[in-house]
Design a binder for this molecule. Sequence first.
Ligand SMILES: NC(=O)c1ccc[n+]([C@@H]2O[C@H](COP(=O)([O-])OP(=O)(O)OC[C@H]3O[C@@H](n4cnc5c(N)ncnc54)[C@H](OP(=O)(O)O)[C@@H]3O)[C@@H](O)[C@H]2O)c1
Length: 241
Amino acid sequence: MPRVALVTGGTRGIGAAISKALKAAGYAVAANYAGNDEAANAFKAETGIPVFKWSVADYDACVAGIRQVEAELGPVDILVNNAGITRDAMFHRMTPAQWREVIDTNLNGVFNMTHPVWNGMRERKFGRIIQISSINGQKGQAGQANYSAAKAGDIGFTKALAQEGARLGITVNVIAPGYIATEMVKAIDEKVLNERILPLIPVGRLGLPEEIARAVVFLASEEAAFITGATLAINGGQYMA
Ligand SMILES: NC(=O)c1ccc[n+]([C@@H]2O[C@H](COP(=O)([O-])OP(=O)(O)OC[C@H]3O[C@@H](n4cnc5c(N)ncnc54)[C@H](OP(=O)(O)O)[C@@H]3O)[C@@H](O)[C@H]2O)c1
């Protein structure tokens, strides 16, 4: 039986590339999403990967959703916490709602998804938990106090949990992507992209979703058993922590 991998936000952008790469590597993959049924159905039709709709910001919904995934595919051995949102604003204009929404999805969502699968991984003495954080959680970014706080929180969470899982065969790691060519980033004005963003990236281009996905497949593998608590920067040299 193939191991089961669950990818949050796994139907679009980086998450879709991760879902596809894990399937190609032989895992039984489940892709979660929040609300864009059209994108999720198109993804399912294209890939044959089953999709499951719930918000990672809602703990009870995560428990119920994971139960459904496990009933259909089997126990979750690999969890990729990829779902994320932005609600950018300079801090003097940031509303409590913008703060809360980002923390609820990008940080509390990681707790909400990891907590229900943790005991099963402990019992089976195997698990791979991979957070998709961000370069902006490492270096901070003006206009993203909420996002930077949540993504830095994901890194702290990972380092703590890695210590708890280490003797139980569970690794916990973070990937911190830089600018990746998803719809969100491709929507940036071409002049801004060419004159203000690309000059910051020594490699001279945006990253590809597949370049993040490849690293996830590696961290999910048996061979990556000695890597835990690590933050893997995939940012074209833009920030070297
Ligand atoms: N793109 C970049 O350059 C970049 C750089 C650094 C880090 N990241 C991080 O990488 C991850 C993926 O980013 P992306 O650019 O691929 O994003 P994206 O294209 O906007 O896709 C986001 C995915 O997350 C899902 N999602 C959002 N809120 C959710 C919730 N509450 N519950 C469940 N699923 C939810 C979305 O579902 P729906 O389709 O239903 O909306 C969608 O599938 C995020 O954590 C982001 O912060 C991205």
